[in-house]
Design a protein around this ligand. Structure first.
Ligand code: G3P
Length: 275
């Protein structure tokens, strides 16, 4: 499974790429806002254009998702093309993130324009990451429309199931992949029992029909969900910086290192130290 960093913070992206295990970057308007707020706090003066270009250069050789903010079909297409034209030449690694369904109906009540945008941009040779996927059906249609990536939001489905059933939770709390049982019944959202179940069902459908789109498990809040995304066969998991760091941590690793350090034979250490 490839691992993307889900962040627009340059410091986090730089550091994560420094570890040599990151395969791409995903951003969205909320992540960009967080990054800009942080920049403003620090007093650093840089334009958003320059800032994004820096991200693209750090991620050179791996894909970076930049999301549109427009809501109507024509405007989304126009913005997607402009973003691609402006930023792809920097490191040839941009894909455009399009919500599967913007969910703000226009004057004619049309609410399903995202999928047409996916089709138009993909046909024009622009790689698309179709985002805000909450059902396997949405993922299937996005793949049929030509999306290169589809992004099911695992954590947010878990939030939704918990909220609908008055279960209190913290954002990073683990939610069982096999679902949560209450009064002898597994809670679900229209047949989806957890965010990881959503990812797994999409992976299965793509496999059955040999669809080329890659599944990005998104909205992942903890290391167990990252592991379960891998077990579900997600091609990619996009992880916040904190979750990437969690993947490396275990109490016994730390304890083991302490023991090894305490036991070092000075002569053994000296062998290489003086060379
Ligand atoms: O990749 C999607 C992600 O940024 C949303 O995450 O944790 O806000 O649901 P979250």
């Amino acid at each position: 499974m490839k691992i993307f960093i889900d962040s627009a913070r340059l410091d986090e992206i730089e550091q994560a790429f420094g570890y040599g295990i990151i395969d791409g970057v995903t951003t969205n308007p909320s992540l960009l806002k967080k990054a800009v707020d942080k920049l403003e706090e620090s007093g650093e003066k840089i334009t958003i254009e320059e800032y994004l270009k820096k991200i693209l250069k750090i991620a050179k050789g791996t894909p970076v998702s930049l999301e549109v903010t427009e809501l109507k079909q024509d405007k989304m297409i126009d913005q997607g093309k402009k973003l691609y034209k402006m930023f792809n030449p920097v490191a040839n690694n941009v894909n455009i993130k399009i919500p599967v369904n913007p969910s703000f109906p226009d004057e004619e009540g049309r609410d399903f324009e995202g999928i047409q945008v996916v089709k138009t941009l993909s046909k024009a040779g622009i790689p698309v990451n179709c985002t805000l996927i909450f059902t396997p059906e949405q993922a299937l249609l996005a793949a049929k429309a030509g999306a290169k990536y589809v992004s099911p939001f695992a954590g947010r489905i878990d939030d939704y199931i918990r909220k609908n059933n008055n279960i209190s939770f913290k954002k990073t709390d683990y939610y069982p992949a096999e679902g949560f049982e209450e009064n002898g019944k597994i809670l679900d959202d229209n047949g989806i029992v957890s965010g990881i179940d959503l990812v797994a069902q999409i992976v299965d459908i793509f496999h059955i029909y040999n669809l080329k789109a890659e599944v990005i498990a998104a909205s992942i809040r903890n290391s167990i969900q990252a592991r379960e995304s891998a077990l579900a066969g997600a091609h990619i998991a996009t992880l916040p910086y904190g979750v990437i760091m969690q993947l490396l941590v275990h109490y016994k690793t730390k304890e083991g290192m302490k023991n090894f350090t305490d036991d070092i034979v000075p002569e053994y250490e000296k062998l290489t130290r003086d060379k």
